[in-house]
Design a protein around this ligand. Sequence first.
Ligand SMILES: [Zn+2]
Ligand SMILES: [Zn+2]
Length: 159
Amino acid sequence: MALKIPRCARCSNACELKTLASVSGEDGPLKLTLQAMPIFECAKGHKAPVHGDFMIWLIREIRAREAQIAAGKEQGMIFKKHLCGACGKDLAPKPERRQEYSYELKYEETSPFKLELDMPLYKCSSCGKEQLRSTKDLHAHVAQAIVGINDSAGFPHSG
Ligand SMILES: [Zn+2]
Ligand SMILES: [Zn+2]
């Protein structure tokens, strides 16, 4: 295993590679849940991400996946309108329902873990296609939702 296991930054005890059963973070309409995320944990229970860039990597991975989900188009500078990505007609003003999207992620040599994105879907008033209101809108919430994940995982603030 090429992953370097450091000593704990807070108490300098030896760390072990472990996994966290489930952690969630929310911001605005977006809810993120990670299951079995790999972490470092020392004997005193101090937790840290498996790499200094892990959270940044996570944000990039999530944004890449979000970009694959069908979404509407945003129009207007001040008064925003959301149009269907398929036919260009208005999306319903209120979300139809929430949908959970599951993905498997893998960081370097650590074991794979599960990412769940939970987001509201809006129905097109014309063709009926369900979609995200706008990818850009959700992109904006990823970093803050990750702060929530960071905090519920018990990681120190860094980066
Ligand atoms: Zn420690
Ligand atoms: Zn449509």
